[in-house]
Design a protein around this ligand. Sequence first.
Ligand code: MF3
Ligand code: CO
Length: 248
Amino acid sequence: MVSIKSDREIELMKYAGHINYLCHKYLESKLRPGITTGELDKLAGEFITSHGCISSSLGYEGYPGNICISVNDEVVHGIGGKRKIKNGDIVSLDICMSYKGYHSDSAATYPVGTITKEKEELIKNTKDALMEGLKMVKEGAKLGDISNAIETYAHRHHLGVVEELCGHGIGTELHEDPDIPNFGEKGTGLTLKAGMTFAIEPMLNLGTKHVYMLDDDWTIVTADGKPSAHFEHTVLVTKTGYKILTGE
Ligand code: MF3
Ligand code: CO
């Protein structure tokens, strides 16, 4: 079932989304060569709770971190630890939290120091792919319009589209109906209605679309070891378009 949120619910999601945005800005300011992923995770946890929110990742199916931190060829669900961030790395921070029972979910990939032109383009194109998907969002549009816009943009830029993971509805649960794949057919699937809230999240690879899971049972990495990027926003469907709840 795809729920329609009330004005009150949307206000709570807006707050969770705003703190999510501020948490991204805070962590971005701390991201530099030498910091460990464990230190970033700890700072995130403190930031989230000091703003009255609760990490939605911590304890999710046993997930041990406050946020997900995925470096270079790690696609998603990397766990903070002793790893030191280096000059030239790209770091995906995927942050989800709840406020009074309402969730927000947002991811972005950040460059550290001087990165290769390839990585720079990967980051730009993944961010733009998310925007292409978002542009399709409005009452009356189909879910497949979003998926297809992301896939088309990714393929035009010769990027691999990860198929095993997808976007999702969000609200009182972190993951609600519907699933929102990053590939699909235009004009198919659910008809969007104002008041629906979605987390849309392309994960795009410089090389193959294929991925596998590390022995920690969480971290997803690219099969060919090439870098991956991830951008995600929580958005509200409106009559005329969409509103980003995890933006500025
Ligand atoms: N933030 C992820 C998503 O976008 C979910 C993370 S759950 C965790 O859906 F357990 F891996 F943290
Ligand atoms: Co998500």
